[in-house]
Ligand binder design. Sequence first.
Ligand code: COA
Length: 382
Amino acid sequence: MREVAIVGAGMTRFGEIWESSLRDLFVEAAAGALNSAGADHVDSIFVGNMSGGQFVGQEHLGPLMADHLGMAGVAAARVESACASGGMALNMGFMAVASGCSDAVLVAGVEKMTDGADVTNVLASAADQETEVYHGITFPGLYAMIARAHMEKHGTTEEDLAWVAVKNHKHGSLNPKAQFRGEVTVEQVLRSSMVAEPLRLLHCSPVSDGAAAVLLCPLDQAEKYTDKPVKVIGTGVATDSIALADRKDPAFLGSVEKSAERAYKMAGVTPKDIQVAEVHDCFAIAEICCLEASGLIEKGKGAKAAASGVTSLGGRIPVNTSGGLKSKGHPVGATGVAQAIEVFEQLRGESGERQVEDARIGLTQNMGGSGASSVVHIYQGV
Ligand code: COA
């Protein structure tokens, strides 16, 4: 297996981007990644996208995006794994380079959610149609049940959940690409309107448009593109029952645990070695559960991590320095690639006011649905 490096990155701002279509968003991010590396061709393209068909009526994104990038003819296909589509696309890109099948691979995630689709129902199509959606459940509803289970088991409070939002908005206030750059207080979170009890508006990630792209190549070819490559040293994918009711413990995300274990094993590192992490905070409770399941925070202790400052910039393990899905935004198919870009920039020392001092090893964790799929990557600065 060849060593794999990220050598370029580009992304759009996240938010309601009325002036750009799905393909415009893709091209902006992809061209940004290629230009940053001085690359004018790739061997293959993986497009992470959850639901172009339902959001904007556009399927068959591989050839469409290759063509609009001026690269008709290259191998190109869409990768779908709900909100983990971007992370899965990165896993596919990694394998294409590691196996020797491709030397230059563009991995891009894109989603256009604000063009009038019935977003709540489109997102719900990633849950179990027969046992969950048919009965009226939504994603905020599913994560509300996870939150309730965590509260019962570990004594987690609404205030603990609020601190996750406060921390991530604070980080996002430093990110020019973030959808929401305003800071919020615990009181504002606890006063915001109820979405699915106990989750309030400010506990939730928003509905967003955006795209993010990275260029991968074998490490021994990286100097063609950059003198600051970042190695991808571990990748792990895992699944779980799609229906929450089929899991032994709804407060614990088994797919996150397994995907993280696989990535740590491949990378030859442990959770203690991770110095910066982006985890899937689609709702405040998700960040808490992902930290516990990935081993970054001890089981049952995740709830207090944000309030205590452990996961803040300047804390022991800064988490979601980009602002996370909560503040940066969550264009679902783009999210996993945007997470990789945050860690890529951190490990190159290019994060400006959000820089984690001397960061050398970082992790991203991207989740699909209510935890039925999870993808973890581990990166090392060179
Ligand atoms: N965080 C902070 N502010 C938000 C926000 C969020 N998540 N969502 C909306 N807002 C703001 C809007 O900018 C708007 O502000 P304004 O009045 O100053 O313009 C206001 O709150 C109301 O926004 P609106 O778009 O009317 O909210 P909504 O009630 O239609 O949607 C949610 C709110 C939380 C239901 C929606 O964002 C949502 O469904 N989020 C979850 C998405 C999801 O499930 N993703 C997949 C996860 S697996």
